[in-house]
Ligand binder design. Structure first.
Ligand code: ADP
Ligand code: CIR
Length: 380
């Protein structure tokens, strides 16, 4: 229930109480901070999508808006303001921000997901003909490993910046409860971060199974509060099926194995997601598909990647990036986003996840990687 006295007070002049019911004005100190930070941000040479689209006109139009969770524009853009080297620079502080601040989210979404417009609608889930997905590198010459992941948010909970400590543990127990009934090759155990030794945690990170700690983009977005409460990883014995709990998103479901057999990885992925979705309800939006904390992860939320060695193409990184863009792919370093390549291993994945079906995402990645390998082979 929204407190009407507080609403009236907020409409008059008191902003403090209004924060609680979410219907009032943006507090004066937040507005001042926003104005100041925006001015500083304008002076940077940031290449982020936030810089590209947050014009003075849009900023002035939306800076006084607030969601019913109490999230302001500052909650969404402070990561991008504090980290001008961001690629995107904006997070959805809560699910409502996608509509309340649509004037900034929409152009960023359209740019990142290539042509997904204000009136576009994400298609319904279609896993496609799973058995037709093949191996991107049957001879095992280039691909070290293959991974497919998706993100999910539990219905009824906001995103990181608005979660209470209790909600973190509630999400954790809802998920571990659901995961504990998985059978066959999905059967596994949950390992909470709380109580995990630093050695084990680091080994899991180094082996590419676990999320890293201390990501400055997430920290500035207020996404690491109460760390490590509620955070952890579930995996099967072979570590080919993994679930991250309460890192950037409430849930990340991952299928991973050595080599280039995308078909096998995808098959395991689809069966895991289907099983989990039979047990828990995830947040879905008519227009944007599955809702996530970062606008890059909307829609199918799928990132299908290979760890690949393409030494000839990688001699000219500008060219490799250009090539990747042509096939709607994205090149990352060995340890993921914002990392460098180690031992010549690159992470190449589909870039867009919204506006196309799950199968189309996988097919886009498959076709692109096969092309990249063909070009690497043909290069002298
Ligand atoms: P996400 O994919 O979940 O958005 P990151 O880019 O940070 O996040 O990657 C998370 C982890 O997954 C990193 O350790 C990264 O090295 C690992 N990873 C990504 N793709 C592969 C792959 N094909 N094989 C092995 N590890 C991978
Ligand atoms: C950036 O803008 O570069 C970071 N906030 C990361 C954006 C996309 N990556 C992600 O969500 N993992």
């Amino acid at each position: 229930m929204v407190c009407q006295i507080i609403v009236k007070m907020a409409k008059a002049k008191c902003h403090k109480c209004a924060e609680k019911c979410g219907k009032g004005k943006v507090p004066h100190d937040v507005l001042l901070k926003l104005d100041r930070a925006f001015k500083d941000f304008q002076k940077t040479d940031s290449k982020s999508l936030l810089k590209k689209y947050l014009t003075q006109e849009i900023f002035d139009k939306i800076k006084t808006k607030k969601t019913s969770f109490g999230s302001t524009l500052l909650d969404c853009v402070q990561s991008g303001f504090e980290n001008p080297d961001s690629g995107i620079g904006i997070y959805a502080a809560d699910p409502e921000t996608y509509t309340i601040f649509e004037d900034i989210f929409n152009p960023i979404i359209e740019d990142y997901h290539v042509g997904f417009k204000k009136f576009s609608k994400h298609p319904t889930t279609d896993w496609g003909s799973i058995k037709d997905v093949g191996n991107v590198d049957p001879k095992g010459e280039f691909v070290v490993s293959t991974r497919v992941r998706c993100c999910r948010s539990l219905e009824g909970f906001p995103f990181n910046p608005c979660l209470t400590q209790n909600q973190y543990t509630e999400i954790e127990s809802k998920m571990t409860n659901a995961l504990s009934s998985l059978k066959g090759n999905l059967k596994g155990n949950y390992y909470p971060l709380t109580g995990m030794t630093k050695d084990i945690q680091q080994k899991l990170i180094d082996d590419h199974f676990l999320f890293k700690e201390g990501d400055r983009f997430l920290q500035s977005a207020n996404a690491c509060r109460f760390w490590p409460t509620g955070r952890g990883i579930f995996h099967n014995e072979d570590k080919t099926f993994l679930v991250w709990i309460n890192e950037e998103d409430h849930v990340r479901i991952i299928s991973l194995q050595k080599g280039g057999d995308l078909g096998q990885v995808y098959q395991r992925f689809v069966s895991a997601v289907t099983e989990i979705e039979n047990k828990v309800t995830f947040m879905k939006n008519d227009r944007l598909g599955y809702l996530t904390f970062c606008p890059t992860n909307l829609g199918t939320t799928i990132r299908a990647s290979v760890h690949i060695k393409v030494p000839k193409l990688a001699k000219d990184m500008a060219k490799l990036n250009e090539l990747a863009e042509k096939y709607h792919l994205q090149v990352r370093g060995t340890r993921g986003e914002h990392s460098e390549a180690e031992d010549g291993i690159y992470d190449i994945s589909n870039k867009r996840r919204l506006g196309l079906t799950e199968y189309e995402v996988i097919k886009e990645m498959y076709d692109g990687i096969v092309e990249i390998i063909k070009l690497e082979k043909g290069k002298t």
